[in-house]
Design a protein around this ligand. Structure first.
Ligand code: PEP
Ligand code: MG
Length: 753
């Protein structure tokens, strides 16, 4: 059964349009369950009706014509209750309603199950049988499993259906993801293709068909040549059977095979990479379905050949900075920092990625650069978006493709308002972050990138609250040497001296991977991360510590921060290594005072070890991003649970407040460097709690400063007391919004719907 299920999903997944997906579903399910009828109804949310979208067994003229409200008829009942309904004698059920157009009266048994995606009822899947048939438990379980699996595919197809139907190629579509960097932008989508990925080739119409065919033939000829060379090189070392495989490759690439089919598609109006990808994918899909191991393995061969040809095709069409549109919204499967560098900064207005999270590397980079970004857009039909006009809403996590005039106008107004607001706030940037009753709340900045205009920041902040050293490590192709690191850290320390710069030791693992030091784990956020990695690799940590210390000579503004601390032993070992680094440098004649050392409070366990930690370190820095994910058991990277991830959850606020009180008792300065500090309302709460500094991305400074300057410490404390009494995140957010509104500060918050 599992096999059947898998194949159906695979086939539906490969469908090129919503209609094709639905047709495949009804055909394959009817066959698998051996029933007379299989139908699918989709929920039209605007009309609040379930519409018959495809059927095998009922009258086909009824498709698109028959619809029912929720609670109307048996299908409506399934949709309303969101539960399966299994009836042997359907016409005798009180909810049975006869729809003449369908010819339904002939059928006695009925089994209907709802299709639900992320709590949303998308439609109803129904099988019916003429003879009285009690669909058994197995049938019911199969259909439920089928519906659950198809829900994701269907949600995707529904979201993208309008785009894949050529007749409606101009239709507006909206996609949702995780808001990763605030701001709004309007521009043109540029799909960044990972090299030679057959699934990410955009659909383009060629301007010169003959030229496309020529470059296809050249690419194929190149691959044939490569294969010939490889075969010649290996001929002495491999068996005759394996040599034959190379011949088979040559044949597949021969004029009469792959090439001809691709050429035909180009002549029908597709560009070479798109035509190639489609032909290869179709063959692969076909071969993967056959019950023959040998043929199934050939699918991998064809895919490999396709990739090779595609790589050659892509080689000759790289984008140059001149060919990027004036307002580029870069979109890709998984954007990397390197890929951002490809677009000139003045042309880059937004970022969208299928994968990634609000704390992934690209998100950190985007926030630092002030580029609106939405990640985790799992339903994006990537290949069909190249060149489309779009609006990106980085506050709400939305992308509107081919927006209509009304939406475009609405966003133009919002974008203009946002621009005006930042200009107004900019004027205030050099004023002190002081409340209306004279309390000074130090603001600091999070850094890690060379692109940041640090010089202009120095006069506006109290120092660097978090320098993420892993960022320069990620940009490298190997661990940077001690000299390289010393230079880098010295630049950073010098730019802000005499203000303190908190440098965090390498915090890799979780979602932060180094290309040259991959960590592959089932649960990376609960695994080898941060201090756990560096203590296991003292050679890496020692180089970093020595570089930090050496870089601070003559400046004395270095503070060292240890990430992901979960036990006292880790602190003791790290402190010993810091002492050792200092001793070694002293032996080399480099004399310096011991820097301040702090720990990140981001693993909930540390909240219960504050006394022991306080006896060892000079300061605490709260990583509210990780503290939230670990306290709530919500992966900060997973778009499926993104709605559960909020640092304003009452449990997180309770923990933070407890920490602030305890730090005061222990006389250890505590600051916050997670994203909550950069949220104007969050910053007011943290100030009310008594944190001694707030550290945030540079673009957040102006809003937080504006909020602090317009409230009194007394009001912030009252706000905190009121908030801590609320039971849910939603209640907290609503209350914050209300108070901010009363204080005329609502414009500082992300726009509400
Ligand atoms: C945090 O966890 O809040 C933090 C500041 O560190 P990072 O986001 O780099 O994990
Ligand atoms: Mg962290």
């Amino acid at each position: 059964m599992l096999d059947v299920l898998r194949r159906i999903i695979q086939e539906v997944n490969g469908a090129r349009s919503l209609e094709a997906a639905l047709a495949t579903m009804v055909r394959r399910i009817r066959k698998a369950m051996r029933t007379d009828v299989c139908s699918i109804y989709l929920f039209d949310a605007e009309r609040e009706r379930l519409v018959l979208m495809d059927t095998l067994g009922l009258h086909s003229e009824a498709v698109g014509q028959v619809s029912m409200g929720l609670g109307e008829g048996l299908v409506g009942l399934v949709g309303q209750r969101e539960e399966p309904l299994n009836l042997e004698d359907a016409p005798s059920h009180p909810y049975f309603r006869y729809f003449a157009e369908t010819g339904e009266e002939r059928f006695s048994s009925f089994l209907g199950v709802p299709i639900i995606h992320q709590r949303r009822m998308l439609g109803v899947l129904v099988v019916q049988q003429q003879a009285m048939r009690r669909f058994d438990e197995g049938d019911e379980a199969f259909l439920i499993t089928m519906a659950a699996q198809l829900a994701g595919v269907l949600a995707h197809a529904m979201a993208t259906g309008t785009l894949t139907r050529p007749a409606q190629a101009d239709g507006q579509a909206m996609f949702s993801g995780v808001a990763a960097s605030p701001g709004m932008a309007s521009g043109e989508l540029v799909v960044l293709m990972p090299p030679a990925d057959l699934n990410s080739v955009p659909d383009l119409i060629p301007t010169d068909i003959e030229a496309e065919i020529t470059r296809l033939n050249e690419a194929i000829a190149n691959v044939r040549k490569e294969i010939g060379v490889a075969a010649a090189r290996l001929v002495k070392r491999i068996s005759a059977q394996e040599v034959a495989l190379f011949d088979a490759y040559q044949q597949m690439l021969g004029d009469a095979a792959l090439g001809q089919e691709v050429e035909k598609r180009i002549r029908e109006g597709q560009w070479a990479p798109g035509a190639l990808a489609d032909v290869v994918k179709r063959h692969v899909q076909y071969l993967e379905r056959v019950d023959d191991n040998y043929l199934r393995e050939r699918a991998a061969d064809i895919r490999d050949l396709g990739r090779r040809v595609l790589a050659h095709l892509q080689e000759d069409s790289p984008r140059t900075p001149d060919t990027f549109p004036e307002k580029t919204i870069l979109i890709g499967d998984e954007l990397s920092a390197a890929s951002l560098g490809e677009v000139p900064r003045d042309k880059l207005v937004g970022l969208v990625s299928i994968r990634g999270s609000s704390t992934s590397h690209v998100a950190i980079l985007a926030r630092a650069m002030g580029i609106p970004t939405v990640l985790g857009m799992v339903d994006l039909p990537l290949p069909r978006l190249n060149g489309a006009r779009a609006i990106l809403d980085g506050h709400r996590g939305r992308l509107f493709v081919r927006p209509d005039a009304e939406r475009e106008h609405h966003y133009e107004t919002l974008i203009a308002e946002e621009k005006a607001l930042s200009e107004v706030l900019e004027h205030e940037q050099d004023r002190p972050s002081e409340t209306s009753d004279g309390y000074y709340m130090p603001l600091m900045v999070n850094t890690g990138l060379a692109v940041e205009a640090v010089a202009s920041l120095k006069s506006r902040v109290g120092g660097v609250g978090l320098y993420r050293t892993e960022v320069p490590f990620m940009m490298n192709e190997r661990f940077p040497s001690e000299q390289e690191q010393t230079r880098l850290y010295h630049e950073q320390l010098e730019s802000f001296a005499p203000l303190p710069v908190v440098m965090r030791t390498l915090d890799i693992g979780g979602d932060k991977d180094l290309p040259y030091f991959p960590i592959d784990e089932a649960n990376p956020f609960l695994g080898w991360r941060g201090i756990r990695v560096t203590l296991d690799h003292p050679e890496v940590l020692m180089v970093q510590l020595r570089a930090m210390l050496r870089a601070s000579v003559g400046l004395d503004n270095l503070c060292i921060l240890l990430p992901m601390i979960s036990s006292i032993e880790e602190v003791d070992t790290a402190l010993k290594l810091i002492d050792r680094a200092q001793r070694e440098l002293a032996e080399e004649g480099v004399k310096l005072a011991r820097p301040q050392v702090g720990v990140m409070i981001e693993v909930p366990g540390t909240l219960y070890q504050l006394d022991a930690l306080a006896a060892r370190v000079d300061f605490f820095s709260v990583g509210s991003n990780d503290l939230t994910q670990y306290l709530l058991a919500v992966d900060r990277n997973n778009p499926r649970v993104a709605s559960l991830y909020d640092a304003c959850h009452p449990a997180v606020l309770g923990a933070l407040s407890h920490l602030a009180i305890e730090s005061r008792r222990l006389q250890v300065p505590a600051s916050v460097c997670g994203e909550l500090a950069g949220d104007p309302a969050g910053a007011l709460l943290l100030m009310g709690m008594g944190f001694e500094a707030l550290s945030m991305n540079a673009p957040s400074l102006s809003r937080v400063r504006a909020a602090i300057r317009r409230v009194s410490l007394a009001d912030a404390r009252t706000l905190l007391d009121e908030t801590l009494a609320l039971p849910t995140t939603a209640a907290v957010r609503a209350h914050l919004r209300q108070r901010m509104g009363e204080w005329k500060l609502a414009h500082l918050l992300p726009p509400d719907d």
